[in-house]
Design a protein around this ligand. Structure first.
Ligand code: NAD
Length: 487
């Protein structure tokens, strides 16, 4: 049974409705049934959340970091405890099968990690300027806004708020209109964890008004965004037009996987299929472009990939166990993915499997795993992010050609190379224009302590356990004149 929740905004420690009582309807993408009326944060609510965060900042930033850490640890425990409920709420919001829900554990690990990470915040000191002792201090920026997407909502909720909070900042999280329910439950858990009023605020709503207002707000000093390139550009523009807040952007991808003939083909098939199938292809770093070295191995790869992609999928109600393929997140996403598939059919490549929205067993927005072969590089399905279970497989003749096609994109989030030749792996990894490169592995394989982020249009800045706190800290230089000692 679906957990019942009456979602609220968390502003200044209080769970409240929108000030103008406005709500928006949320529909289960697996059944198209309405599941909740969600508060649409108004401009007044957004301003109130920022004002509360600003008022809470002096006391919060002055606390001993071990005290701040205590709240994060309490929240981590609550997240783990409430996993089944959070999994159900995510399933009915954006269609993630409950069997594939790992997000509350991932979110909890972020709060736990950052609770211990504060000793990493250090300045420097030197005697390199004669007559002075110089030092730097790392200080919180003040109010931080986090604007998150719907595809792995709780992960982004935590990966942005935890480093901001432990560094002494206060936070306003704006959740996605497509996946507001689990986040609204976490807002209740934030209250239960006992964070002082105003330190941690959570808003639900659309880009307009609340997202845009956070991006323009003069009292928001840093904004961490994960979402589409289109919205990222709007946020960057809004920041430039107002207070030049520090903006971190984690945007979309069109990730290539390069498979050389000497690779372990069974592993390469298994992992590249998983990369584009998990979360029904709704993953920023999914390998949506696969290039295999020309020859017999390429033909075998294409056949094995299409077979596996079509057969491992178990579509159905995300609330049931044994399901690994949920619907696309909503009607808009479904229509967008299906439009790309129709474009793909006219794009000059061959359709190897899939191509229809016929997996529907529950009245929802299900899309078949779809494989195109040899689509020309100029086609829209090769150039734009589809965000669905849709992949193209082409061949390449030389290492140079593989690098050229992989880099021929404005995206640069994650690239993979499969080969047993370590020198070639390192040559290719060095040449790929990508923030992340997997060698004999592909996305979503990542390391917690590694920086994550995009080259080119895939973003700006980096996140990761050793990196995210920097996004929310200023650096102050202090020089102290020292009089010559009279010895
Ligand atoms: P989106 O850009 O449509 O929305 C993201 C968030 O921005 C939502 O909370 C939305 O309400 C808000 N928003 C919309 N308009 C806004 C505005 N004008 N000002 C401020 N905020 C606004 O993206 P989405 O559809 O939720 O997410 C999918 C996208 O996210 C894909 O492109 C995907 O690749 C990307 N993504 C990137 C990463 C990464 O780490 N690089 C991870 C996950 C998803």
């Amino acid at each position: 049974m679906v957990a019942i929740i009456s979602p609220k905004l968390l502003i200044n420690g209080e769970l409240v409705d929108a000030s103008d009582k406005k709500t928006f309807a949320l529909y289960n993408p697996a059944t198209r049934e309405k599941v909740a009326d969600v508060p649409e944060a108004s401009a007044q609510d957004t301003n109130a959340a920022v004002a509360a965060a600003k008022a809470a900042f002096p006391a919060w930033s002055a606390l001993n970091p071990t005290v701040r850490a205590g709240y994060l640890k309490k929240l981590a425990v609550l997240l783990r405890t409430h996993t089944p409920e959070l999994a159900r709420l995510e399933a009915v919001s954006m269609g993630r099968p409950i069997d594939q829900f790992f997000d509350s554990y991932a979110a909890a690990s972020h709060y736990d990690h950052y609770a211990e990470a504060w000793p990493q915040i250090q300045g420097q000191a030197s005697l390199h300027t004669p007559g002075y002792v110089t030092m730097t201090l790392r200080q919180p920026v003040g109010v931080v806004a986090a604007i998150i997407p719907w595809n792995v909502p709780l992960l982004f909720f935590a990966s942005k708020s935890a480093p901001a909070l432990i560094s002494g900042n206060t936070v306003v999280v704006k959740t996605s209109e497509k996946a507001p329910l689990a986040a609204a439950r976490v807002a209740e858990l934030v209250q239960e964890a006992g964070f002082p009023p105003g330190v941690f605020n959570v808003l639900s709503g659309h880009g307009l008004p609340s997202g845009n207002l956070l991006a323009r707000h003069m009292d928001v000093r840093a904004l961490s965004f994960t979402g589409s390139g289109r919205t990222g550009r709007l946020i960057q523009e809004a920041a430039a037009q107002t207070n030049l807040k520090k903006v971190t952007l984690e945007l979309g991808g069109k990730s290539p996987a390069l498979i050389f003939a000497d690779a372990d083909m069974d592993k390469a098939v298994e992992e590249t299929v998983n990369s584009i199938q998990w979360n029904s292809g709704q993953v920023c770093m999914a390998n949506s472009r696969i290039y295999v070295e020309h020859g017999a191995a390429a033909d075998a790869f294409k056949a094995a990939f299409a077979r596996r992609f079509a057969t491992i999928v178990k579509p159905g109600d995300p609330l049931q166990t044994g399901i690994n393929h949920g619907p696309q997140a909503d009607e808009v996403q479904y229509k967008s993915v299906m439009a790309y598939i129709e474009e793909g059919k006219k794009g000059g490549g061959a359709l190897a499997t899939g191509g229809k929205g016929t997996l529907d067993t529950t009245g929802g927005y299900f899309v078949e795993p779809t494989v195109f072969i040899d689509t020309p590089e100029s086609a829209s399905i090769m150039r734009e992010e589809i965000f669905g279970p849709v992949v193209n497989i082409s061949t390449f003749a030389t290492e140079q050609e593989a690098i050229q096609v992989a880099n021929d994109t404005e995206f640069g989030l994650y690239a993979a190379v499969y080969t047993k030749d370590i020198s070639r792996a390192m040559r290719v990894a060095k040449a790929l224009e990508s923030g992340y490169v997997g060698v004999n592995c592909t996305s979503p394989s990542t390391g917690h302590d590694m920086p994550f982020g995009g080259y080119k249009g895939s973003g700006q800045g980096r996140e990761g356990w050793l990196h995210s706190m920097d996004n929310f800290l200023e650096t102050k230089s202090i020089m102290i004149k020292v009089d010559e000692a009279k010895l």
